[in-house]
Every structure is written in C-alpha cells, then in structure tokens.
Design a protein around this ligand. Sequence first.
Ligand code: HEC
Length: 237
Amino acid sequence: MNPSNIHHSSDDLQLARDLVEINHAPASLHNADRNGFLRPLPLWLMAFSMFLFFWAGMYLAYNSGGFKANVFDASVVSWSGGGSGGAAAAVDMKVLGKKVFTQTCVICHQATGLGVPGQFPPLVGTEWVLSQDWHGDNHLVKQVLYGMQGPITVKGLPYNNAMAAWSQLSDQQIAAVLTYVRSEWGNNAPPITTEFVTKVRADTKPRTEAWNLAEMKAIPKEMCSGSAAPATPPAKK
Ligand code: HEC
C-alpha cells in the first residue's frame, strides 16, 4: 500500500462509508427476505393457483346463472298470474323447474326440448309429457323417478335407449321439472304437484331399476288431481 495514502482524507472516509454501505446492503436484503418474500414462487404453487383460478372461472360460468337474480330468488320474477290463483306457487315451481332441467335433463333432451333424433326423444308435444292416450301423470313421474330403457315410441318415432333414474331428486324438484317441461316450448299441460310426486314415489317403492314399456303400460293411468291448484287449494306455506 502506498504510505502516502495512510492518512485519512475526507475522500477516503467517504469511500470507507460507501464500502460499509455496500457491504451492508446484501446483509439487509438478506434480513428482509428472511421470510422468503423475495424468492420466486415455486412452480407447483403457480400451477396450482392457475388451476384454482381456472376452476373458479368454470364454476362461476356454470353455476352463476348468468348472474341473473331471478335464477336464485323466485320472488324477483314478476308473474302476470296466468289467470288463476296459486300463481305464487306456480312461479316457484317454474323457476326451480328450469334450474333442475338445466342441471339434469338438458344434456340429452336439449334446451329446445327437441332431443337428439334417433337417440334422445323430444319432450315437446309428446304423449308421455302431456299424458295423452294410455299415458297418465303417474307414468311420467315414475319414468323420471326410475328411468326408462328399451324400445319405446314417442310421437310415432321409435327409440331404443336408456334414461337414467332421477330418484335422488326431491319430490319438489321432480314436480318442478315436470311442471316446467309441461309448460315450456308450447307445451300446455297442467302442473305436477309435489304431493302427487310424493304419492307416486310411495306407491312405487321399493323399486330401483328402470322401467320398460310393457311394465309401464301395465300400470293403470292416474292423473294428478291437485293439478288445478285453485280447485282444491293445498295448505300452502
Ligand atoms: C342421459 C340422457 C338423459 C337424461 C339426462 C334424461 N333423459 Fe329423459 N330420456 C332419455 C332417453 C334415452 C329416453 C328414451 C328411453 C328409451 O328409449 O326407453 C328418455 C325418455 C324420456 C321421457 C319419455 C319420452 C318423451 O320424450 O316424452 C320423458 C318424459 C323424459 N325422458 C324426461 C326427462 C326429464 C324430465 C329429465 C331430467 C330430470 C330427463 N328425461 C333426463 C334420456 C335422458
């Protein structure tokens, strides 16, 4: 070292201070990051968060009902009444019914109710849905409760496929979805009441397998008498 530089000039002092600061800088950085804030996220965590965001997005897309209030709260719907009493109950059932339909039936019978030719029969104007000919409201309920398989005819066209059972739905959900189906796409049949579904389910126990046409035809036709809501107002609410 050059001895002429041993004395401390103010330049040297400044230099020394700078050096101390430089030396301290990494140390303080290190302290600040003792908890790992400055370390990059592990790759798995990034992937996982991206998956979470994606999942949340899909969940919202499928379950938000388009963020329309009336999907969840029937009271938001304004209803012109349809001429008869018991309108409030009908509103609930149609809104609930649409929800059940969208969640359970739409994949096969389609949002148009027209089904898929040759595979899934339509629900528009069919004798099954409207309880015409030998078909009763009881057949319709039983069919949705336990499913249907094998050859059947719908509006004169043959189908030979299988429909799953929906007995896991509540009586109210089944009544609602059938009420919806029977009044949508130009269909114009009276509602199916929850009480009727409860009765048919009780009559049908203990059953687990899907019906076939012969079995179904052997069951005498019954209609949901409570369907004209105003005639015998059930004890509501
Ligand atoms: C996995 C597809 C699938 C789903 C989901 C499904 N169905 Fe079906 N549905 C069928 C098939 C297939 C048939 C005809 C069965 C046969 O060929 O024996 C049928 C027949 C019917 C029939 C009688 C025939 C007609 O078209 O009028 C009704 C009524 C019906 N389904 C209502 C419903 C309702 C209500 C739901 C929702 C709760 C539903 N289905 C869910 C496939 C399905």
